[in-house]
Design a protein around this ligand. Structure first.
Ligand code: SF4
Length: 342
């Protein structure tokens, strides 16, 4: 099975800007751990087409991990704006600082050492160690779980049975070409063994796949049914003065920690007396409609209030509207601004 998959990867694997193709690897070109790490962190919650321009932008601005570590954190967050899940950007910067200070600017070369770095979990450590340092690790992400569940027809549902999926994946992981094998498996999941309509006719493992033999590919992976997300409510206040808006930095801890945002209420299951949370007493006008935004654990609905003042004397960070992009507003806050400007 390993040879079949690797042969398929040699011919059909995706060409990605951070990836060293097998023929280049054979010619002695090595993967750059910094470039691969950046891509892996970005791809955690983002699609390849969306991540590509950000990856290029980061490498242009910070060509090495030390330059990223030396950069101002706010600039890094601003460059990340639009990719979502901002804890990743904060950890990215923190991790770069640890590599600069504790590892002389070089990535550690083993899965065990990589796991000690902030923001690097088991999947990323296994991937970096295999792709960049040829360590025979067991790379398992969502795509791989889907392939493995079908190959073995694993009936135990995700996410609870994740360790079982890892064990089964480990029975296939090879000692040779571990990086190419891991990338091949991820490519198989991303391009052929897709959630709906898998292209089994093109699959190098069609004769080894239990779900294909049983004609029940899309019954796998089994999942525990998702519960409906709870809804939280809140209000945000957009104070405008002379083509500027007033922003506040959110506390480091918690959701959107360290990001810029508009002042507002807490987000809770009920919204009462929102105007008590207004940054200054004013004749606040409630904007028509509401902002809806889905976070991992809840759906947020925000009422938006706006007011204009003549002088920028309220306490906050006054951002010029014509350069608001440089203030790293998270997506939910750009939605707030759009509603206030309608
Ligand atoms: S045969 Fe089909 S279901 Fe099985 S691994 Fe290949 S693409 Fe996935």
């Amino acid at each position: 099975m390993q040879s079949k998959l690797l042969l398929w990867y040699d011919q059909e694997g995706r060409t990605l800007p951070w990836r060293v193709r097998p023929e280049d690897r054979a010619a002695g070109i090595k993967a750059d751990p910094y470039a691969v790490w950046l891509s892996e962190i970005m791809l955690q919650q983002t699609t390849v087409p969306h991540a590509k321009p950000y990856w290029r932008k980061f490498l242009e601005a910070y060509p090495t991990v030390t330059e990223l570590a030396n950069a101002d954190r706010d600039q890094v967050l601003a460059m990340w704006a639009g990719l979502g899940y901002y804890a990743r950007a904060r950890n990215l910067h923190k991790c770069a600082g640890v590599i600069r200070d504790d590892y002389a600017g070089e990535f550690p070369q083993s899965e065990a050492e990589l796991l000690k770095l902030p923001g690097i979990g088991p999947y990323t450590a296994a991937t970096l160690a295999a792709i960049c340092f040829d360590e025979a690790t067991n790379i398992v992400d969502g795509n791989v779980e889907r392939v493995i569940s079908r190959i073995f027809r694993i009936d135990a549902p995700l996410p609870k049975a994740r360790p079982e999926y890892r064990c089964m994946a480990a029975t296939l992981a090879p000692k040779k070409r571990p990086g190419d094998y891991g990338q091949a498996l991820m490519d198989l999941g991303a391009t052929l063994c897709t959630p709906r309509n898998p292209k089994c006719d093109l699959c190098p493992w069609q004769n080894d796949c239990a779900a294909h033999k049983g004609n029940c590919e899309t019954d796998y992976p089994k999942k525990i049914k998702k519960v409906k997300l709870p809804v939280r409510y809140g209000a945000a206040f957009v104070l405008i003065s002379d083509e500027h808006v007033m922003l506040q930095r959110r506390p480091d801890k918690g959701l959107l920690g360290g990001m810029m945002g508009f002042p507002g209420t807490d987000w809770s299951s009920e919204l009462s007396e929102p105007l008590n949370a207004a940054p200054i007493p004013r004749n606040w006008e409630k904007c028509e409609g509401e902002v809806k935004h889905v976070f991992t654990h809840f759906e947020l609905r925000l009422d938006v209030y706006r007011a204009e003042i003549a002088n920028r004397d309220a306490e906050g960070i006054w951002a010029p509207l014509n350069s608001i992009k440089s203030f790293a507003l998270p997506t939910v806050m750009t939605k707030v601004l759009s509603l206030a400007q309608k």
